[in-house]
Design a protein around this ligand. Structure first.
Ligand SMILES: Nc1ncnc2c1ncn2[C@@H]1O[C@H](COP(=O)(O)OP(=O)(O)O)[C@@H](O)[C@H]1O
Ligand SMILES: O=P(O)(O)O[C@H]1O[C@H](CO)[C@@H](O[C@H]2O[C@H](CO)[C@@H](O)[C@H](O)[C@H]2O)[C@H](O)[C@H]1O
Length: 448
């Protein structure tokens, strides 16, 4: 039976969120034929009383070419069923569908008004498949299929189309999307953007700079090293400020009044409380972290809030030959949609990027313990230099960070580090030492 084949297959997929727990039941909530040999399924997976829904593109062929054998789900009679995201001949139909605003039994494919979609492009699945599956069409488009479905408009689609409508810089142009009704709510199934074929991601670029510094003999300072990254960090700061300004113009803004700051600090504390239960390694640092959160209650100014990126780090920005581009405005993975769309201080993103500089500097130390102690001061120097350059760029780009904001920035940084400790404990325990280092007392580089 198809349900059983899907249950066995889905539990092995990288993007399946319920790994390690048995699947009690899998049912097919929606089954739409897009074109002969290509079906769009929404499947409900029940595990320990809770249900998650996933989308699957199901291909059907009576002979399976060698190139698709790795995507086989199973056979029913003489029909091979397979994960059709890997079948460029079939996925071209999605491109056509968006280009021509096709509707199929409640699935709506749309292109952004005014853009031309080149339907001759063939897709490949992007190597780094994680919680979603991205199809790269030629070198023109990247179409992200959201695997686990959450009712509602995806924040990335919402934000990028709003910014593109304002001709905002530093974003990848949106081209199209696919949506359906889930529980009576318009829900994004896929989002297609310009593929930045000649760009490099910020994480890779920053690591190249860090490696260059560590390899430089005789020892040089981060400023003297050939691969110094500070000018890029500064440009990235300015780009970030611009994106924040555009977000503030495109979406509503508010302020958190002084009397509401206590509630904000409580929010920080709640997250910390949950994290400490999950990762006891945080326990020795609770005093330091709570002290930082308490400073937020003592602020004497209201805090402006707006739409923000929400999960900002070096892996979310790409450097084209001329510009920094910000990707993945989806907020923190795993959070409910309401939380991911909530207004927040832009300092939250600033803090996220500051943390990322720390990560870039330290990750080689975490991976290779033998290289640890002697490189530590150089890691600190690289992080300090690039954090400062980013803040300078942010201010030059019109981003406002006052002296009074230092306390809030510190609270966001430590809160992000808490989130990272949990993320690493779950995904990359070897890397846990990186965010844990953020809680050591030090004279930090705050804003001027
Ligand atoms: N528009 C794009 N152009 C080129 N590469 C991209 C683009 N969008 C994403 N990527 C690549 O895909 C990777 C993952 O993208 P991302 O949107 O962050 O996915 P995820 O939500 O799975 O983290 C990025 O680090 C980048 O290398
Ligand atoms: O998958 P996403 O990109 O949405 O974000 C998640 O994974 C990130 C790891 O890839 C994680 O980021 C952390 O590691 C980065 C280096 O790999 C580092 O640059 C970030 O500063 C650090 O937070 C992110 O937190 C998580 O949400």
């Amino acid at each position: 039976m198809l349900n059983e084949l899907l249950a066995a297959w889905i539990s092995r997929q990288r993007w399946f969120g319920g790994k390690g727990r048995p699947i009690d039941e899998l049912s097919i909530d929606s089954d739409v034929e897009l074109t002969p040999g290509l079906r769009h399924l929404i499947v409900a997976v029940w595990q320990e009383g809770s249900r998650d829904r996933y989308q699957v593109l199901l291909g059907e062929r009576t002979t399976l070419p060698e190139r698709l054998t790795h995507a086989l789900i199973g056979t029913l009679g003489d029909v091979y069923l397979y994960d059709a995201v890997h079948d460029g001949e079939r996925t071209s139909w999605l491109l056509d569908g968006m280009a021509h605003d096709e509707d199929r039994s409640g699935l709506r494919m749309r292109h952004v008004p005014g853009v031309d979609v080149d339907t001759s492009q063939r897709s490949l699945v992007l190597g780094a498949e994680q919680s979603n599956t991205s199809l790269v069409y030629g070198d023109a488009y990247i179409c992200k299929l959201f695997r686990r479905l959450i009712p509602g408009i995806n924040p990335e689609l919402e934000i990028v189309t709003a910014l593109a409508a304002r001709d905002a810089p530093h974003i990848a142009q949106p081209y199209g999307w696919i949506e359906t009704d889930l529980d009576g709510t318009d829900t994004t199934l896929a989002f297609m953007q310009e593929f930045l074929a000649t760009a490099n991601d910020g994480w890779g670029l920053a690591l190249t700079s860090v490696r260059d510094l560590y390899a430089s003999l005789p020892e040089v300072t981060a400023a003297e090293a050939g691969g110094d990254f500070a000018a890029e960090s500064e440009r990235l700061g300015a780009a970030t400020a611009r994106v924040h300004q555009e977000l503030a113009r495109a979406f509503p803004t508010e302020v958190i009044e002084i009397h509401e700051l206590k509630r904000m600090a409580e929010g920080f504390r709640r997250r910390l409380g949950r994290a400490v239960v999950e990762v006891p390694d945080l326990r020795p640092h609770v005093g330091t972290i709570e002290h930082a959160f308490h400073q937020v209650e003592l602020l004497t100014n209201e805090v402006p809030v707006q739409r923000v990126h929400g999960d900002y780090h070096l892996g979310q920005v790409m450097r084209t030959p001329t510009d920094w581009v910000v990707l993945d405005f989806e907020g923190e993975p795993g959070q409910p949609l309401s939380e991911r769309r909530a207004l927040s201080s832009p300092l939250r993103d600033v803090a996220g990027m500051l943390r990322s500089f720390d990560y870039a500097a330290r990750h080689l130390l975490a991976d290779r313990s033998q290289a640890g102690p002697s490189l530590e001061p150089r890691a600190q120097e690289w992080a300090d230099r690039n954090r400062a350059a980013f803040l300078d760029g942010y201010a030059e780009g019109g981003g406002v960070i006052t002296r009074a904001d230092a306390a809030l920035l510190r609270a966001f940084e430590l809160s992000k580090a808490v989130y990272e400790v949990v993320y690493e404990a779950r995904n990359r325990p070897l890397w846990m030492s990186i965010p844990l280092a953020a809680f050591r007392p030090r004279t930090d580089l705050g804003p001027a």
